[in-house]
Design a protein around this ligand. Sequence first.
Ligand SMILES: *Cc1c(COP(=O)(O)O)cnc(C)c1O
Length: 417
Amino acid sequence: MLLEHLGNKLQALAAADQIRKLRVAATAAAPTQILRGPGGSALELLMFSSNDYLGLAAHPALAQALAEGARLYGAGSGSSHLISGHSLAHEQLEQALACWVQPNIPDAQALFFCTGYMANLAVLSALGDAGAVIFSEELNHASLIDGMKLAKAAVQRFAHRDMVQLEALLAASDAAIKLIVTDAVFSMDGDLAPLDQLLALAEAHDAWLVVDDAHGFGVIGPQGRGTLAHFGLCSQRLILVGTLGKAAGVAGAFVAAHPTIINYLIQAARPYIFTTAAPPASAHALLTSLELMASSEGEQRRARLRELQQQLRAGLTDLLNEYPQLGWTLPDSQTPIQPLIIGSNAAVMQLAARLEQAGLRVPGIRPPTVAPGTARLRITLSGSHESADIERLLAALRQAAYEATHEAAREAAESSA
Ligand SMILES: *Cc1c(COP(=O)(O)O)cnc(C)c1O
């Protein structure tokens, strides 16, 4: 019965072009990667799909720091943080992260988590008590949405970047505890939340602002200090979630906030308490990540990233002007996440397959990750891409646009004949 039930669901997904498949990568995360192709063959692909924005995931200094961490602390932590798994490396990393965010959140402490997904579950389930209200931006990441499902607080959604609606909801609420929750950089769109306006609203309405900076940490703001720094914010009403598996190149996440909030998470956050602490070696390696991110090398990688973004956007803009009939659009994004909206699931998957035949991997993103009718290529750039890589992507997209246009014209001619 179960297998039949699941089989039916899988068939429905297949009919809607929504089946997802795992790809096996045989080499480190880098612009050029070997993936296993059909029948187990090796495919060398130019990747525009990772969140390794600074190209640190395969950085030799980080691999070396990880090995050093393993020599110092072994392979695993052995237990949860509250039992005996909280190592010196975790402690040092939390202190370094606290220093990192204190210009934006005075007196902040930081708490390290195994993943960003768990950090978001922890913050929302622990702080979203019964009687509290969570005001949630509609494009929030799935991990925030799942955290809200675990919370006892009521949830009120506001439309993407709609400050007028949020203000009305806040003004109408008499909840004692109000939490505004938002991604800082929207993961499928690449645009920024208006954090300055959100914080002003939080202050005016005695609310707290929970910011998920998964895609801004290390990438945006002076020295890559993140989206809070980009906006120059400073407030104790901020609760920051940063992730350490994207620009920081390793794995894990942290929450930074007022010491009372951090202390409460240690007491009450089940995704913190009931899980084995991440390997201390990864925390040890992350100390090197933070140094690299803030160094002149980090600065160069961010500068390169901005140049590549401009090159890509200029090329795509020309392409869209040439092929307006395709209906593709390029939303405004000043981050390494550059979505090219295609529309239908079938069209985006066909385009992604074409690019792969040309040796390029750009993932097609479909509902339910994005709204129906807005399936897209999610192009992500890294500080280790070269200008020639962008040229290759643009040339392949141009070829695909040409073919798609001519196919559509041929189909129209055939159906009218
Ligand atoms: C990736 C991501 C997460 C989850 O972080 P992980 O460390 O990968 O679990 C949370 N929020 C946003 C916005 C993300 O993009």
